[in-house]
Design a binder for this molecule. Sequence first.
Ligand SMILES: [Zn+2]
Ligand SMILES: [Zn+2]
Ligand SMILES: [Zn+2]
Length: 175
Amino acid sequence: MAARSSKSTKNSLAFACDHNHDTCIEEALENARLVCEQSGERFTDLRMQVFELVWAGHKPVKAYDLLSELSAKRSGVAPATVYRTLDFLQAQGLVHKLESLNAYLGCSQPKQVHQGHFLICESCEEVRELESKAFNKSISEVEDKQDFQVKHMTVELFGLCAKCQGQNVDPTGNL
Ligand SMILES: [Zn+2]
Ligand SMILES: [Zn+2]
Ligand SMILES: [Zn+2]
């Protein structure tokens, strides 16, 4: 397994939740490599760098922020290159696009076929993927009843994460 090309300097972006984000990125990179291998695609340096930047934290990242961070790592990066790479990663199911925020998020379950359902915290901007069988079931029911085939679906639920709800109670925020 290839070494990470660079150390993430954006620790402030890291998930505040109790997990080791370094391991989390390592696993995501390993998964991404496998996904590309299985679909006969190359996980090039550029693709890896963009993927890694998206995975810097569990917060959605805008394309132009990726562009400026990427420009610091390699010269001559055109916006079109970034968009093309993001399209590729999206097509492989490695990143999701959050339509309402026009931003990208790394997917933690790239090997499973799923639609994007997100819980977005309005306070800390952390985003979690929602996995709800009940929700998927109701969509299937709608498809049956309305005789409508859903091709694409983005569900974005805005609110407060557990941590930020706690901050209303504890003004120090040190939980
Ligand atoms: Zn993480
Ligand atoms: Zn996902
Ligand atoms: Zn939050």
